[in-house]
Ligand binder design. Structure first.
Ligand SMILES: Cc1cc2nc3c(=O)[nH]c(=O)nc-3n(C[C@H](O)[C@H](O)[C@H](O)COP(=O)(O)OP(=O)(O)OC[C@H]3O[C@@H](n4cnc5c(N)ncnc54)[C@H](O)[C@@H]3O)c2cc1C
Length: 473
């Protein structure tokens, strides 16, 4: 054991770098381990849209409003102290970032949020993250950590927590110089979710999904913490969007053209031709429903010609006018099954759907009578019946940005054990943690805001522990 620090941070996303910078501001010596060879690591933060929201509200919303909103979203299953800490500190996290050089703003009159990290990614196929806000800001944070005498090591993958007398005292990591042990008074786990770990995903979420977030977020810290008796929560939920299934082999098909608006205007079915969920519930709810359906690898969006020709106009409402399903899918050679009747469509889809024609007939009758609520699952919104040929079917898949569950923390970002007691010396922030976005039922708070806020709090908790130790408490 050759090195010793006040705070050791695992991961150089927005959570890890916020923790590192805050600890430095409070006088701490800091080490950041990043498994990627490139800095900052290509985690979710670097490719994020980085719209800083707090449960879809501005982060400057009064804390009590945010608190109630999040507790409602999660049916009260989020940890109250975690929600309270988030609600009380999310605006401070925004200010902290601005003081660290982040520039938030709107990219134009049509943008929905004035809290997007600037500059935004250009509107183009694929995910052009290089040079966009998070790339610029995180690079700046790495520089700042180093200028303030911090150490950031790339190509260093944390593998194991070092424990002495029931306390976490450091990390063993594989590095370019072989396996090394680093000692620290606190360890902050900030290695993102586990969406890229196929085994964990199969166990907790689904086998069939598009990895739409970082391939580096493999749940390493989660597994390390589990070995040490940490408690987990919300392991089966994720944040993501519906994607065209061909995005599995054509990365240009994600995030655009996004089928969200077309789903809201039409109906989505499983491989048997049965509706999956309320199409008006939003693309994230539908993505989770697809992942939980009996055929997560074989779900379809069925739409008529009115919706198909209207996708460009609907896209415009969502600020993606340049990249509508029609004609981009066909230009990209993506699968679009076309037929003159629903019956014909049902047999042209690779696995014939016995129930599709019946499903569409029942659906049409209900929406014509404005009785969508009588359907199972109910249909809300103001849908129109599928009325004009030709009909089309587009294969869908759940695109997973990040897993919302993970290691349970309290409001000070301390990792909790099975009896919900803090594990000494161990903190977690961002995608690694659970507690904010719900217990069994999850509600989205905003991944960027969660990571930013709990990164800040983790840095503060780590330094509070260091001060207490120095004072002999
Ligand atoms: C495409 C996309 C768009 C998004 N847009 C938004 C948005 O607009 N608004 C919003 O609120 N949220 C958004 N999110 C979510 C948000 O970006 C994330 O929740 C947040 O950035 C997570 O930050 P993090 O620091 O916890 O994790 P990450 O940014 O994923 O960082 C984890 C880091 O840990 C490293 N690492 C992993 N394992 C190890 C190990 N064993 N040792 C060392 N290092 C390790 C990884 O390489 C990575 O660099 C988006 C996510 C994606 C994927």
């Amino acid at each position: 054991m050759t090195h010793s620090f006040d705070v050791l941070v695992i991961g150089s996303g927005v959570a890890g770098l916020s923790a590192a910078r805050r600890a430095q501001q409070l006088g701490g010596s800091v080490l950041v381990l990043e498994k990627a060879w490139d800095l900052p690591g290509f985690g979710n933060s670097r490719q994020s849209g980085a719209i800083f929201v707090a449960a879809d509200a501005p982060p400057t919303t009064p804390p009590d409003v945010l608190y109630r909103r999040m507790m409602e979203r999660t049916d009260g299953t989020a940890r109250p102290d975690v929600v309270r800490a988030w609600a009380d500190n999310v605006a401070r996290a925004l200010r902290f970032q601005v003081a660290e050089g982040a520039v938030y703003g709107t990219r134009g009159a049509s943008d929905e949020s004035p809290y997007r990290l600037q500059p935004p990614q250009p509107q183009a196929l694929g995910r052009p993250w290089r040079g966009a806000g998070p790339d610029v800001f995180l690079t700046r944070l790495v520089d700042r950590v180093r200028v303030a005498s911090g150490t950031v090591i790339a190509g260093a993958r944390a593998r194991r927590l070092l424990v002495e007398g029931g306390r976490v005292v450091g990390v063993e990591a594989s590095t370019a110089d072989g396996v090394q042990r680093f000692r620290a008074r606190s360890v902050v786990m900030a290695d993102g979710g586990f969406q890229a770990n196929r085994e964990l995903m199969a166990r907790h979420v689904t086998t069939d999904y598009l990895l739409d977030g970082s391939p580096l977020d493999t749940g390493d810290c989660l597994q390390m913490a589990l070995e040490f008796g940490a408690r987990t929560a919300s392991m089966d939920v994720f944040y993501g969007h519906c994607r065209h299934r061909d995005a599995l082999h054509n990365p240009r098909l994600s995030p655009h053209p996004a089928p969200a608006a077309a789903i809201e205007a039409s109906l989505a079915v499983d491989a048997h031709g049965r509706r999956i969920a309320d199409e008006a519930a939003g693309t994230t709810v539908m993505a989770v429903a697809i992942a939980r359906s009996t055929t997560p690898g074989d779900c379809w969006l069925v739409l008529d010609d009115i919706t198909w020709t209207g996708t460009a106009a609907r896209g415009a409402r969502r600020n993606v006018a340049e990249l509508p399903l029609n004609p981009v899918l066909e230009q990209e050679g993506a699968t679009v099954v076309v037929a003159d009747s629903i019956e014909e469509l049902a047999v042209r889809i690779p696995a014939p759907m016995e129930a599709l024609a019946v499903t569409v007939t029942i659906y049409n009758r209900a929406v014509e009578r404005r009785a969508g609520h009588e359907l199972t699952p109910p249909r809300t919104g103001s849908p129109a019946p599928l009325a004009r040929a030709p009909y089309r079917a587009i294969p869908l898949i759940a695109g997973v940005y990040f897993t919302m569950g993970g290691v349970l923390v309290n409001g000070r970002a301390q990792v909790l054990d099975e009896r919900e007691r803090p594990i000494p010396g161990l903190l977690a922030a961002g995608g690694t943690m659970a507690g904010l976005m719900g217990g069994p039922r999850a509600g989205y708070a905003g991944g960027w805001g969660e990571a930013s806020t709990f990164g800040l709090l983790a840095g503060e908790s780590a330094m509070a522990a260091a001060r207490a130790e120095d004072a002999g408490d």
